[in-house]
Design a protein around this ligand. Structure first.
Ligand SMILES: [Zn+2]
Length: 217
C-alpha cells in the first residue's frame, strides 16, 4: 500500500512540474492542453477540466479508475476521451500529453501536408521520438467520433496530429511523452522555417536505420 501511495504522490508532483515547465516555455497557454499518466495498477491521473497547466494543484488532479471513472479530485479534462483512446490501444504507454502548441497546430492547418505523415523526417531525434505522424480529420470539440478516429491510429502510432487542433503524444512514461511532444513542436517549427526551401531531409535508408537501431515503444 505504501509503495502505491508513494508512486501516486510522485506522479502527481511530476504532472504539476511538467505542466508548469510547458506553460512557462509557452508550449501551452490559457487553460489549453492536458496531461495524464497511468499508475502501475492501471488507474490514471489526469489534469482537471478548465485547469491552467501553469498552476496545477497536485491534490486536485483527477484520479480515475481503469475505465476512466472519477475516483477523487476535480472532474477530468473534457478531452479525457482522447487519452482513453490512446491508452486503450497502447498498453505499453504510461503517459499522454495533448497540447494546442502553436507550430504543431500551424502544420495541422496546411493544405499540402501528407495526412499519413504530416512532417518529413528532418532530424534523427524526430524520427527516434515521434516517427510517422498521421493527421486526424477535424472534429468539433468533444465529438466522440474524434476518439474513434484516434483509436484507429493509436495502435500503430505513438503520436497523432488533430487537424486544426493539436498533437496527442504517448510515451512509456511522462518524461518520454513530454520529450516527444517538445521534439514534435520544435520539428514543426523547423518545417515551417524551411517551407519553400526544398530542404534535404533524411533518406528512407537513414530513417530505416534509425527505426532499426532505436525502436520506439
Ligand atoms: Zn485540445
Amino acid at each position: 500500500m505504501t509503495a502505491i501511495v508513494s508512486e501516486e504522490t510522485k506522479l502527481r508532483d511530476e504532472i504539476v512540474e511538467v505542466g508548469s515547465s510547458l506553460f512557462d516555455r509557452l508550449f501551452t497557454f490559457g487553460s489549453t492542453g492536458n496531461i495524464s499518466a497511468r499508475l502501475s495498477n492501471g488507474e490514471l491521473l489526469m489534469t482537471p477540466t478548465n485547469a491552467c497547466l501553469g498552476r496545477l494543484d497536485p491534490a486536485r488532479i483527477s484520479h480515475l479508475d481503469n475505465n476512466g471513472q472519477l475516483l477523487s479530485g476535480d472532474k477530468p479534462t473534457k478531452e479525457q476521451f482522447l487519452h482513453m483512446a490512446m491508452y486503450e490501444e497502447r498498453p505499453q504507454s504510461g503517459a499522454i500529453v495533448h497540447l494546442h502548441s502553436t507550430h504543431s497546430v500551424a502544420v495541422s492547418c496546411l493544405p499540402e501536408v501528407d495526412p499519413c505523415d504530416c512532417i518529413p523526417p528532418l532530424t534523427a531525434y524526430y524520427v527516434m521520438r515521434v516517427g510517422k505522424l498521421p493527421l486526424v480529420p477535424y472534429h468539433i470539440p468533444g465529438d466522440p467520433a474524434l476518439g474513434d478516429a484516434v483509436r484507429g491510429l493509436a495502435g500503430q502510432h505513438s503520436a497523432v496530429l488533430l487537424a486544426n487542433h493539436g498533437p496527442v503524444v504517448a510515451g512509456k512514461n511522462l518524461e518520454a511523452a513530454v520529450y516527444a511532444t517538445e521534439e514534435l513542436e520544435e520539428t514543426a517549427k523547423l518545417y515551417l522555417l524551411l517551407r519553400g526551401e526544398n530542404p534535404r531531409g533524411l533518406t528512407p535508408e537513414q530513417v530505416a536505420e534509425l527505426e532499426a537501431r532505436f525502436p520506439r515503444d
